[in-house]
Design a protein around this ligand. Structure first.
Ligand code: ADP
Ligand code: MG
Length: 388
């Protein structure tokens, strides 16, 4: 069985050989290592394989949901009725959803199903934290073709469950259906926040500081490394990838974490962001969302953008610009927010936070100040822009 590497969320732990073994030497996902892709693995006669039709829809739902425990008093009724029941209390409710489709959003040749389950929860929790709220429940809907066995769905749900345990959220429902081809997974996260605590994209004001958590660009480079290894494998199935130099990047791509700690950190520091967004599509496009919704401009300083040393060394190796990767690479799931300049003393020097620029008047536009002190206009490029 594949074991997810045990790291504390966002502690930046480095795994080298462990992750290497997990992804590339696993018996379930031999991947590039021995004999290829998931499809061939699923057809492997030696693997235990229970057909989904043996269980039927209700058997499957019962099987995959029975190990989940309810953790929140606000969950009155979870799985098992026509609808879940939540206690709305006096707080505001946050609802967010994401749909992930095989071949569009993920590639099972290097994304183990357990990781896919984990990541599909994380990307939704990240959106709740980006509203400065606490996530409490999720629903999970899946469509699967008969290419997938019960064991494969168990792997997916093991990842979902691990995310539920790690982030303390309740699985309260979903839907299960078949697809003609591939797998599709949709997660909805539900959270809560006091009315006065909710942070929108629209509240940034001139002179506010622009702050980002963690570091950027790792997840995009992790994807590049995995794509490269896939191509190498296709040419030479016996090649054994050496991924030790990329462990952090691969972890960022295959096991991202959501910054649950940042809303709490800011509360402890008595700082309420004026605006906030999570970085799913790259710094550039996220800051543009804040600027357009807040009707302001911004100045970002290239030298202030936080980069992990592995991002820098891999950019050199791939001959791509690390600033470009941070601006346009996606899936880092860090938080980008603005705070009043009056809060500078409270956040300065915090190891989790980097002040990367400030908000300007709208007419000044959105600009990047380069290391050479040149001002360039920021372009809206999602991470797809880098792919061509
Ligand atoms: P209905 O036919 O009334 O929509 P279902 O038979 O689809 O109900 O679902 C039965 C229960 O199982 C519901 O509580 C639903 O939310 C839950 N459920 C269905 N599919 C999933 C899934 N993939 N993951 C988690 N819960 C699920
Ligand atoms: Mg249903």
């Amino acid at each position: 069985m594949i074991q997810l590497i045990k790291t504390e969320p966002n502690k930046g732990n480095r795994i080298s050989t462990e992750i290497h073994q997990m992804i590339f030497k696993s018996k379930i996902y031999p991947l590039f290592y021995r004999c290829g892709y998931l499809c061939s693995m699923l057809e492997d006669k030696n693997q235990s394989r229970t057909s989904l039709s043996e269980l039927g829809e209700f058997g499957l739902i019962n099987h995959i949901t029975k190990h989940f425990k309810i953790k929140h008093a606000s969950t009155i009724k979870g799985v098992g009725d026509d609808a879940a029941v939540l206690d709305a209390s006096k707080l505001q409710t946050l609802v967010t959803t994401d749909l992930l489709i095989e071949g569009v959003h993920f590639d099972l040749s290097y994304m183990p199903l357990k990781h896919l389950g984990y990541k599909s929860v994380i990307v939704n929790l990240s959106d709740v934290y980006a509203m400065n709220g606490e996530a409490e429940q999720i629903t999970v809907s899946i469509a699967v073709s008969n290419r997938f066995s019960l064991e494969a769905i168990e792997e997916l749900y093991a990842g979902i469950q691990l995310a539920c345990e790690t982030y303390k959220v309740d699985l309260i429902g979903g839907d299960t259906t078949s697809s003609t081809k591939g797998i599709l997974i949709s997660v909805t996260a539900i959270g809560k926040a006091k009315k006065e605590d909710v942070v929108y994209r629209s509240g940034a004001k001139e002179t506010d500081l622009i702050v980002v958590s963690g570091d950027l660009g790792g997840a995009y480079l992790g994807l590049q490394v995995l794509e490269r290894e896939k191509q190498v494998f296709q040419v030479n199935p016996n090649s054994q990838p050496d991924l030790d130099n990329y462990s952090y990047l691969i972890e960022r791509q295959l096991k991202p974490e959501a910054r649950k700690d940042i809303p709490k950190l800011l509360k402890d520091l008595e700082v309420k962001p004026t605006s906030m967004i999570d970085i799913s599509d790259g710094l550039s496009s996220e800051i543009m969302h804040i600027c357009s919704q807040s009707k302001v401009g911004c100045k970002i300083y290239e030298e202030k953008i936080p980069l992990d040393p592995q991002v820098i060394s891999t950019c050199e190796e791939f001959d791509i610009d690390s600033t470009m990767v941070a601006l346009s690479g996606g899936e880092d799931y860090e938080l980008l927010f603005t705070v009043s300049i009056d809060d500078f003393e409270k956040i300065k020097g915090n190891p989790h936070l980097s002040i990367i620029g400030h908000i300007t008047e709208q007419a000044a536009g959105m600009n990047l100040v380069t290391r050479a002190n040149q001002e360039l206009e920021l372009k809206a490029q999602g991470w797809n822009a880098l792919k061509d």
